[in-house]
Design a protein around this ligand. Structure first.
Ligand SMILES: [Zn+2]
Length: 277
């Protein structure tokens, strides 16, 4: 399809953002979206006319199964070219406006920081970002500490780390704004804060593209997760070289180095994470 047509469709879609129903307030959309114009765009079922939101198995249109087993491995899943993520009905997970660490690559540790850190005090209320179902409620001593993963009908999974206490259990259904935990300093953490991640099919999205913590509001009504803006990461295996990683991931060596802020002679370690898209 020509690029202009694609953008036309995307613009068309955005023009509906003001009338799309909010899942929190109005669960039965009243306006029929003309599907023939939206064929190339993956349409979440809950945005389609007449479908009820299913909180027993949220975003079943996207995820192959409901499982409490893992945080972010969906290796057998093919991601649709475009996923429309609606921020409708969101709630800020904390009223804190202070970001203490941003999303991105940490050269010193050779890995990504796949969420953002927001300053909270021990005991501060942490709230569900959207309606959803708790997929994981667990403790990880060396990592997230006490943490929760919630899956939402809009396709996102949100992760809340370093809590001092979890207030919900696996398979609990929650509503946007429900208290789900208390702020803390558990796991690998220095100073109490909320480590907050937004993922889709296990792939991290910079939460700052969706949630404006300093402004305490959503950044956008609809976020388009597309092939072009998708961040993909690769974990270095034994015997890998930068050239081999570039070839395996269909990316040029220079692009690989640019994405990761490293030189072509950089030494890589097994287990290190590199961005490949
Ligand atoms: Zn963090």
């Amino acid at each position: 399809m020509p690029k202009t047509m694609k953008y036309g469709i995307i613009l068309f879609l955005f023009s509906f953002s003001v009338i799309l129903p909010s899942p929190a307030q109005d669960r039965m959309p009243t306006r029929v979206i003309p599907v023939q114009y939206m064929d190339p765009v993956f349409i979440p079922e809950y945005l389609s006319a007449g479908s009820a939101v299913n909180l027993d198995n949220p975003a079943a249109y996207l995820y192959p199964e409901w499982s409490n087993a893992y945080v972010h491995k969906f290796e057998t899943v093919t991601i649709p070219d475009t996923v429309v993520i609606s921020m409708s009905g969101y709630c800020m997970p904390t009223d804190s406006t202070r970001i203490t660490d941003t999303y991105g690559y940490r050269p010193r540790r050779g890995r990504m920081h796949l969420g953002i850190d927001i300053k909270v005090r021990i005991g501060d209320t942490i709230r569900a970002a959207f309606d959803g179902k708790v997929r994981i409620s667990r403790y990880e001593r060396r990592g997230y500490g006490h943490y929760l993963v919630i899956r939402h009908p809009n396709g996102l999974e949100t992760v809340y780390g370093h809590l001092s206490k979890k207030l919900v259990n696996e398979d609990d259904i929650v509503r946007a704004g429900d208290p789900i935990g208390l702020g803390g300093n558990s796991g690998r953490s220095t100073g109490s804060h909320l480590h907050f991640e937004t993922r889709i099919l296990g792939n991290a999205i910079n939460p700052a593209l969706l949630f404006d913590f300093p402004g305490q509001k959503a950044v956008t009504d609809l976020y388009l997760y597309t092939k072009d803006n998708r961040e993909i990461y690769y974990k270095v295996r034994s015997g890998d070289t930068l050239t081999r990683i570039a070839m395996r991931n269909s990316i040029s060596l220079s692009n690989l180095c640019r994405l990761n802020g490293i030189s072509q002679n950089a030494i890589i370690r097994v287990g290190q994470t590199l961005r490949v898209n």
